[in-house]
Design a protein around this ligand. Structure first.
Ligand SMILES: Nc1ncnc2c1ncn2[C@@H]1O[C@H](COP(=O)(O)OP(=O)(O)O)[C@@H](O)[C@H]1O
Ligand SMILES: [Mg+2]
Length: 212
């Protein structure tokens, strides 16, 4: 795994070294590249920290009532907007009226953030991502659908397997840790829910999870 901060440092060096003779346009483009690098670094760090905490069983589980599911999804979407815009990916969300649930907000956010950032990461230029939350069996069923790369059938068993850390490059060369889905699986399980995926290589993937 390449350290994603080093890319930002190089860009920063480039910007600072010839600052006086660099045009405002170039500075702007270096800064927006840095923003992409740093938001990737931020995702990786969040996964690593979450994973480290889970290893030491020191993740606190504090369920509270959450009424603003749209806001929660919106926040996660906001996070990936720079990359989504760069790839020309359209993201839509639909959430049932008056939906509420009881969940650990931090964990729910981690799960959504990971699934949404994966959808962006593994989608091609002009892709389409649809996020849904619907009432089901007294709980809520979430789905994150993309029409991106899809996942080869023989790799599916590795996705949620802690011993594998299966990871591939995103469509813009984004690197990962392979920890994100393991975290998602743990966090959903902690809520007594389920996480699963439908995917077809070359057509896209839909990740589902339930919070009872
Ligand atoms: N929406 C998706 N579309 C295609 N492949 C995916 C998707 N989500 C996950 N994957 C595959 O599963 C792997 C593991 O995902 P994850 O655990 O989030 O790790 P990372 O994103 O750090 O690689 C990814 O590297 C990718 O190969
Ligand atoms: Mg990921």
């Amino acid at each position: 795994m390449r350290n994603p901060i080093s890319g930002s440092l190089q860009l920063l060096d480039l910007t600072l070294t010839d600052f006086a003779s660099t045009s405002a346009d170039d500075v702007h483009s270096y800064l927006s590249m840095m923003k992409h690098e740093l938001s990737n670094a931020n995702d990786l760090l969040e996964d690593l920290l979450g994973w480290a905490k889970a290893q030491f069983n020191s993740v606190s589980f504090t369920p509270t009532e959450i009424a603003d599911i749209r806001g929660l999804i919106g926040k996660c979407v906001q996070n990936v907007m720079p990359m989504a815009e760069k790839k020309g990916i359209v993201i839509t969300q639909s959430v049932d009226e008056d939906l509420r649930l009881t969940a650990d907000k931090g964990m729910l956010e981690t799960v959504l953030r990971n699934l949404i950032s994966n959808a962006v990461k593994f989608s091609n230029q002009g892709g389409y991502i649809d996020i849904k939350a619907v009432a089901e069996n007294d709980g809520v069923k979430f789905s994150v659908a993309d029409n991106g790369l899809g996942i080869p059938k023989d790799k599916m068993p590795q996705l949620f397997d802690k011993t594998s850390n299966y990871t591939t490059y995103g469509t813009a060369g984004e690197k990962g840790t392979g920890l994100g889905l393991n975290l998602c699986y743990d966090f959903v399980l902690k809520h007594g829910g389920q996480l699963w995926v439908h995917s077809e290589s070359g057509k896209g993937s839909t990740f589902f999870f339930t919070i009872p």
